[in-house]
Design a protein around this ligand. Sequence first.
Ligand SMILES: Cc1cc2nc3c(=O)[nH]c(=O)nc-3n(C[C@H](O)[C@H](O)[C@H](O)COP(=O)(O)OP(=O)(O)OC[C@H]3O[C@@H](n4cnc5c(N)ncnc54)[C@H](O)[C@@H]3O)c2cc1C
Length: 418
Amino acid sequence: MSVRYNAFQLFKHALTGQRWPQAWRKAEPRRSYDVVIIGGGGHGLATAYYLARNHGITNVAVVEKSYIGSGNVGRNTTLVRSNYQMPGNTQFFEHSLQLWEGLSHELNYNVMLSQRGQVVLAHGPVQLDVLARKGNTMRLNGIECELLDRGGVMKLLPYLDYSDDCRWPIYGGLLQRRAGTVRHDAVAWGYARGASDRGVDIIENCEVTGFVRDGAAVIGVETTRGRILAGRTAIAVAGHSSQVAAMAGLRLPVESHILQAFVSEPIKPLVDHVISFGAELFYISQSDKGGLVFGGHIDGFNTYTQRGQLPKVQTVMECLVALIPAAARLRLLRHWGGIQDMTPDGSPYICATPLPGLYLNGGWCYQGFKATPASGWTYAHLLATGEDHPLAAHFQLDRTMKGDGLDEYGLGNWTWKQ
Ligand SMILES: Cc1cc2nc3c(=O)[nH]c(=O)nc-3n(C[C@H](O)[C@H](O)[C@H](O)COP(=O)(O)OP(=O)(O)OC[C@H]3O[C@@H](n4cnc5c(N)ncnc54)[C@H](O)[C@@H]3O)c2cc1C
């Protein structure tokens, strides 16, 4: 059991050389488990935690090919929100935001939730209508939001470009005050510690290289540290979903692409909200250390490298300067890439696969970080009960084959059904 973090422990360790015990046990693989989760990212660890916490299932291993936090959970731009419009998404992401709101307390680990509010900007009257419609859907689902006119945005975000000849005039925006940021690697560490405390084995440097089969059924995994048998085997490898599923002979409707993130040199507090540019996919916030943290679209070709391309750097910088002209004087400190698991309709999968014993969590596209708590919650339910959780019932593998996509970004499904 790890030490409980509190003011007394802080004081004690300050006086005794800050020798904190390990946050989670470094477990050795055992021969078999009730559940083996492949992937020690946010989703795998949250799933293990909620399997133990909600269902009392602790004979669980999380096998991670590298170290905890090495994947996208430690590479993202940390934005969390629940401003979704499609049935199937609204309540799922709202549940996630509610779990974020209690997570530091729940895990006894400060995940640094900062509910600074997110504004999605409209750059034309039609776009403002679309945001109004989204806001109405949210409110009908009990999710707060406010529609802002141009004056309202100016008051909140005075440093944006409101000049007469600006490239993208601002007509208004949709504000969700409960949206914000969360310290991403603290989420991985907090869930790892919470799961380990409840008896879950977290096995790092253990790559899954194949599946153990009994006919069609999957009964375990082959790893670089030997064979591990499992009652249920759960994939949660994000950008490597298709690669890992292919080892079981499954071809997933998932493509892997790079998404880059960028950080500027630190400046005094300026951007005290999260802002989404409406003219392109571009989002920005400011970190506690002062750097502007921002990102845009995926690079747009399939790859497993974690290094971004220069043309996308240029597009993203153009968005930054179009939105905040003063940022043109800043220097870019660093940028990096992560492998995103993109699906045809932009929505994820949390479901059983056609192979008995094998389950899938993946296809998270741009929204995997904010989904982490609800994803773990609902995936754990599926693994424990064999039944889809009602909040994740839409996230089935065959939905695109049935023409029933959940296209939140293009709202394609919505328009087909009108
Ligand atoms: C630059 C960037 C910015 C982003 N910004 C946001 C954002 O602001 N908000 C948001 O909601 N989402 C964002 N995302 C998306 C989000 O980060 C991901 O969707 C989410 O983190 C994926 O889930 P995960 O945390 O479980 O993935 P990961 O942390 O990638 O975990 C998967 C793990 O599986 C392991 N693995 C892979 N193959 C194997 C194997 N064969 N055996 C064992 N282990 C294996 C990997 O090593 C990895 O640790 C962003 C993504 C990127 C790249």
